[in-house]
Design a protein around this ligand. Sequence first.
Ligand SMILES: Cc1cc2nc3c(=O)[nH]c(=O)nc-3n(C[C@H](O)[C@H](O)[C@H](O)COP(=O)(O)O)c2cc1C
Length: 304
Amino acid sequence: MIVPDARSLRSAFGRFMTGVTVVTALDARGKPVGFTANSFSSVSLDPPLLSVCPGRSLSSFETFATCERFAVSILAEGQEEISNTFAGYKGDRFARFAWTTDAHGVPLIDGASAQFSCGVHARVEAGDHLLLLGAITALSDSDRPGLGYLGGRYFSLGLERHARDPARINICGVIVEQGDSILLEPAPDGYQLPHLHLTERSGLREALADDLARRGLNARLGQVYSVYDDTRSGTHHAYLLATAAPGPLPSGLEAVPIARLGTLRFTDPSTARMLHRFAEEARTRSFTLYLGDTETGDTHPERP
Ligand SMILES: Cc1cc2nc3c(=O)[nH]c(=O)nc-3n(C[C@H](O)[C@H](O)[C@H](O)COP(=O)(O)O)c2cc1C
């Protein structure tokens, strides 16, 4: 064993698989504040209690150190962009996503797996964090699977399990943004997204990350964007978002401006529909997750 320091603690704490929540409150002027937290824990059924740990370095720390009420939204699969926003975006975090309020005006994130409205039960000084215990006064629950977090990365257990069903042919693809463009493969009968057929039982993300690296593309994978079954061919499709650093393109890929996507011909209508949605959502950077088949499905969170 070693004496703990910040680096070893971060690494060891990061081995604990968690979900992701957004913790919200109203500041002294009544303005919504919020941050991403994986320090959430269930505490007690009777009375109903939960806990979360706001760090002292949060710009909203004073609010969480003094507020009488707060709320916790457990993020669902596909809500990675919301987590990233509440972990780092410096502008108006609440202008980017749909939300409602609890009976006390405290924001709750739409499309979350579960939402809790809390009064403050107790505060415990805890080093560079505060242990905030909430007395749950109202909650909402859904069957949406929660977003996972492990070792600094997101995972979507429900989707990845589904996509790795060995009885299916799995087609995994990626919408790679590079500046104002996305990267497409020109094919004889139209454009297609970079994709691969997943035959092994290896992870979806790892397979896609390896494929992009093999093509010589320095890209960061983001949220799961579309998961659907092709009802005619019986194939299963999963597409993720990714961002590529500026730089030369590997052969076989073309950078096409997002604004031009509507004018292109694609090899299959599902890709055309998915990229039409992408172009629309890229305007507000408010990306949803499509779950369904080639005929019908839903976007999560539902668009207003
Ligand atoms: C997955 C994840 C979990 C996090 N968990 C916590 C947490 O439990 N407590 C905390 O204080 N910060 C946590 N953070 C960091 C805060 O979200 C981040 O520092 C905060 O949003 C910065 O807000 P500010 O710009 O208002 O200071 C987490 C970040 C991520 C990405």
